[in-house]
Design a protein. Sequence first.
Lengths: 423, 176
Amino acid sequence: MSSTGQPTISEYRRREQSITLAPLDQQLDGEDGASTQELLTLNFGPHHPATHGVLRLLVTLQGEIVRDIKPIIGYVHTGIEKTAEDKAYWKVIPVIERMDYLSYYFNAMAYCGAVETLLEVEVPKRAQYLRVIHLELNRIMSHLVWLGTSALDLGAISMFWYCFREREKILDLFEMSSGARMHTRYFQVGGVIEDIPRGFAEKLSGFLKEMPSRVDQYRDMLNGNEIVLQRLRGTCPLDADTLLSLGVTGPLLRAAGNPWDLRKADPYCSYEDFRFKIPVGSAGDNYDRFACRVAEMYESVKIVEQALEGLPEGPHITEDRKVALPPRHELATSMEALIHHFKLVTEGMRVPPGEVYFPIESPRGELGCFVRSDGSSKPARVHMRDPSFVNLQATAPMTNGAYIADLIATLAMLDPILGGIDR
Amino acid sequence: MPDATGLELIAQELRDAEGEDTVVETVFFRGRAKLAIEPAHIRAALAHLRGKGYAFLASVHGVDYYPHEPRLGVQYELLDMSRVDRITVTLRVPCDAPDVDSVTPDGADGAGWPTANHQEREVFDMFGVVFHGHPDLRRILMPEDYEGHPQRRDFPIGGEPVIFTYNETEMLGASE
């Protein structure tokens, strides 16, 4: 209460009360009566279903034509990189996974890869294959969510339910191997936390048999739909050179004809063992972006099939006791195992000082993790080069001069994940 | 990656082209090549490496080396897509003069790297490194009116009060 007896209100509430809803005394038509000549700045988002998260765009329109776009981000910034600096190396994995929430295995892979490089730890072959199985399942899952929500943006509502049906099956598999459906913490520094349980391989091969026919159906449903084709074909193309100068990677770059894929170009995690193709587009328009991602799902199925077929025997995590926990049964008999267990769980592993950048191919492009160690058991800096964050810069050049409806389609085909952008 | 010898060759070429003081240090660590350069030469160094084939700027990271001086670091990850070769260019600036030339815009000394736009804004936002010549140097992830640079090592973690309706008058200030 203030001295006058009135309740005190904050500066914010006062400003809020000053907003009037009276109609504006403003002529929408230009002087010559051509309203299309006037530039209109429109706020788009952050709470708009077509922005796939909390992306806000300041759009300058001339009639229905987009003249400029300014993305405004940071609405889901949660300071994950700062949080990571205050945690032991292995405790960083759960928070890192929550950055790009559709490709959690990839976040964990980039981070673990960077820490393993610093530690010079050899990851067992079986762990690498198990990682590839989960990475590629995750890629299919991420593309399914993209396909469902993008089709929703284009008005094809039923696609959403179909895609989420298959996604559920993948999440069931994740639940089977790790106990969690999302943010599984399955990848650990040096390998994976557990071997796959009994019955996982059968369930997975059942899924792999079914999945290509499902993708066939989805592709045919959209490819045979005149409305979808008209919305996608020839809209908002961008050539490969411009994309490269903007740092764009992943399916967006491949749609423009550049077959850059880190799985092939610079194989990590045993990707050199598998035979797969890289789908490439030609025109670089929204249709090619759509077609590339759909074709990638077939290739991911092939990779998982080969990895499951050739899954080598052996340990699922490194036997270096300074990095990975000793097996449970050793704790009862070995004093040394007990000490290692205690040290790892309380303090965590100490990582030699140095800086490493570890890039991998996520569903959206180059996902790089930069880790700096100062020799202690907590990372001194963790930075994610998130592909969505960089790819977002291509929105403005892509949509310049396009209709606002094409802007929606382009945003859908860009596939930005705001959790990854804002981190 | 260029091997240790290749890295020395690149460093020597850069010294010959841009002056003896350009390269501060070469580091070859875990099979990765890193070139530490003087902040004043960053645009020239990146342009030189672009001529050598490293035409893709993959990432820009900010680092705080607290308590070592100069504290702030900026790292540029360059990639040669035809030879599949990476090199890191890094520079260090002190906290009281965190001035670096932006590599985003085109300039008299060569073409820019438009991809650095968002990433330099992030480094500015999180570490307070000022990129001169950047077309739109504003905060990107933190709110516009935020004070401080949260990724610096001496910035406290979790020390930020949260505004609710019950404490909004004391936090935002009351008005009649």
